[in-house]
Design a protein around this ligand. Sequence first.
Ligand SMILES: *[C@@H]1O[C@H](CO)[C@@H](O)[C@H](O)[C@H]1NC(C)=O
Length: 204
Amino acid sequence: MKTTLLAFVLLFAVISSQPLLGAAEASPDQVVDTSGKVVRAGVNYNILLSMPYSNCRSPQGLGLSKIGKSCPLDVVVVDRYHSLPLRFVPVNPKKGVIRVSTDLNIMFPPNITCPHHSTVWKLDHFQGSKGHLLSFVSTGGVKGSGNWFKIEKYGGAYKLVYCPSVCHSCKHDECENVGMFVDEKGNHRLALSAVPFQVKILKD
Ligand SMILES: *[C@@H]1O[C@H](CO)[C@@H](O)[C@H](O)[C@H]1NC(C)=O
């Protein structure tokens, strides 16, 4: 009799813990824009950047520039009034809403300067003058195959991180922050960096 009762108690404990397990696997939070609205796939947004360590009062934006080669174009930091709109494309194209910590392609609208190259963000690696590897954000990536970025919560806003591959159980440490690198010619390039930009998302 006692064992039957114990079995019932155990069964009840297992059943009642199920919703908790379900909740733990809930989708990550939705990303919201500066007006608090959910950020959606295929909609144009401007990214507003601020550097945590800079005393630059106005946030900056992102644009395209030819740096050292004709095509594809590279992603540069510009003042916000010259920023170009961009779109987020989730790894699962059926998802209409952008969530934090999920793999995304990021793309600008097509640009006539480089009509034969895509405007999907991808990384370009260079050997720095001190022998270390520099990784800049360029374009010419292929949508849906690598070039994965994620939006993560950061200091009351967001940051962008680059994550080499789709990995559903990976921790954040496998991703690298997206920040800025000023090259020897003074180009303010979007690059992988120890210090991330703080990012806000403004509907275009
Ligand atoms: C196109 O690329 C040029 C750089 O070659 C850039 O100055 C311009 O802002 C871009 N325009 C659009 C609409 O993307």
